[in-house]
Structure formats: C-alpha cells, structure tokens
Design a protein around this ligand. Structure first.
Ligand SMILES: NC(=O)c1ccc[n+]([C@@H]2O[C@H](COP(=O)([O-])OP(=O)(O)OC[C@H]3O[C@@H](n4cnc5c(N)ncnc54)[C@H](OP(=O)(O)O)[C@@H]3O)[C@@H](O)[C@H]2O)c1
Length: 247
C-alpha cells in the first residue's frame, strides 16, 4: 500500500485523483481548506483529511503536524494540485486576489516541498506538481495565474536536478478541464462551451498514468501538447495570433 498525499482534494481534479487512488486501496492524506463536516464523500475521514488553508503562512506546519499525529513518517507520492486564479483584466484584480493566487499556487507548494522532503526521501518517492498549459502560452486576463504556473514549472525543473538521486520530481500540465474552477474565478460560464473539454475524472486517470511513468514533464492531451510546443518555439507567431484574436 502506498501513501499518497493530494492537495486540493475537495473538488475537481484533486477529488477525482483521491477517489481513484481510494479504489486502489492506497493510504490517502487529503488536504483541503473546507471543514471535514462539509465533505460528504466517504473518502474524507478524520484519518485521511487534513484541513489546511494553503493561503495561510502555517499551512506546511499544519500538514506536517497532521502527519506526525497519524504516525506517517514516509510518503510515496505527493501531488501538489490545489490551485486558484482570477479571470479578468489585471488592472481590476484586487491585491488580495493577486496575493491569494501567488500564495496558493506558488508559495505554499514551495514550502510544502521543503516540509515533505524527508517523508519523500524515505521512500525515494515522487513529488508531482499540477501546472497548466498557461505556463507556455499567452494567457491574457489570467496573467497572475499564468505567472504562478510558469514559476512553479521553473521550481520543479530545478528541484528535479537538486533531488535527482533522492526524489523524482514530475510536472504535469493539464489544459482546460470541466471543473468548478472557472466559475470560482469569475469566468462567464456562457462564453465557453465547456462540454468540449474533458471531465476531471478523465484528466485524473491520465495524471495517474503519467505518475506511473518516468516522464519528467508531461502535457495532457495531444492538442494541448501541440499548443504548448507552439507556445515555446513559435512564441512570436502565437503572440501575433492572440493579439489579432482580441481586436
Ligand atoms: N480546470 C482547468 O481548466 C485547469 C486547467 C489547467 C490546470 N488546472 C490546474 O489543475 C489544478 C486543479 O484545478 P481544478 O480545475 O480541479 O480546480 P477546482 O475544482 O477549483 O479544485 C481546486 C482545489 O484546490 C483547493 N483550494 C483552493 N484554494 C485553496 C486553499 N487556500 N487552501 C487549500 N485548498 C485550496 C480547492 O478547494 P475548494 O474545494 O474549497 O475550492 C479545490 O479542492 C489546479 O492547480 C489548476 O490550476 C486546471
């Protein structure tokens, strides 16, 4: 039985990952900001669920205290999945929202990586970051979110070398997925036909397959992989196309 820690396990891709690993009888450590009493799926119990708001400075300490209280001194896979964003012009984004996005998507994962080092080293385990194709493509109206995903991608790239003989570090970039995130961040649900994007359960299955592999960096979906490639190697053309699309 593996011990698997997942942040952002109360909704979307993280919850689908947790449900999938639960079916495989793995030992789960599920992190979320909601109180346990509000979670009605049986995967969430006092033994599996750690309430920790990743926007708060003590989040990594809360998580390591939970591990100590439950005699968990080793972790096989830690998936840093929790994420937030803001959709709209940067000029209208509040400083609280900027702070929240950078803290949950970047600062908390950096602190948690550090805090989980010994737990992961013990199993020669795997640290997984859920990024976004926004790290490689222009994401107007999503600028702070994209900056956080670009930074976490760079962090993982460096950690992969620093921890090469101790812990495997993987970055997995999903593209648009049919979760509640878009509504939470203020995107008009009528503007986009979300039925054309995959459900979180499908994306979670792909993530689990990638975690079993040794690929250091993966993008989910062929179309997203092509877009990411174009974003990196044809940046000028992509920028021009995006500017024309917004006229
Ligand atoms: N959906 C997409 O189109 C898409 C595309 C590319 C990448 N991604 C990435 O995939 C990951 C999962 O996103 P998702 O679409 O599944 O979003 P989601 O359905 O909104 O789930 C996000 C999870 O993160 C949790 N979370 C947010 N703020 C938190 C905080 N302060 N402390 C603790 N937990 C917090 C949420 O808790 P609550 O349940 O309390 O909100 C939820 O469990 C994110 O990193 C996201 O950037 C998503």
């Amino acid at each position: 039985m593996k011990t698997i820690l997942i942040t952002g396990a109360t909704d979307g891709i993280g919850k689908a990952l947790a449900q999938n690993y639960h079916k495989q009888d793995e030992r789960l450590v599920l992190i979320g900001r909601r109180p346990l009493a509000q979670l009605n799926d049986p995967i969430f119990t006092p033994n599996t669920y750690c309430q920790a708001d990743l926007n708060l400075p003590d989040c990594a300490d809360r998580i390591t205290s939970f591990l100590t209280q439950h005699n968990i001194d080793s972790i096989d896979i830690a998936i840093q999945n929790a994420g937030v964003g803001y959709y709209g012009p940067i000029a209208e984004q509040s400083s609280d929202s900027i702070q929240n996005t950078l803290t949950v998507n970047l600062i908390a994962p950096l602190k948690l990586s550090q805090a989980l080092y010994l737990h992961l080293k013990k199993t020669q385990g795997k640290l997984v970051f859920i990024g976004s194709i926004a790290h490689a493509l222009p994401a107007p109206d999503y600028a702070v979110y994209a900056a956080s995903k670009t930074a976490i991608n760079a962090f993982a790239q460096n950690l992969r070398i620093e921890w090469q003989n101790e812990i495997a570090v993987q970055t997995i970039h999903p593209g648009p997925t049919r979760t509640g995130m878009h509504k939470k961040i203020g995107m008009d649900q009528k503007q986009t036909d979300w039925t054309k994007f995959p459900a979180p359960e499908i994306v979670a299955q792909q993530i689990i397959r990638i975690i079993k592999s040794k690929h250091p960096v993966s993008t989910i979906g062929t179309g997203n992989a092509i877009a990411t490639f174009a974003g990196k190697y044809m940046a000028g053309t992509i920028d021009t196309l995006m500017r024309m699309g917004r006229k």
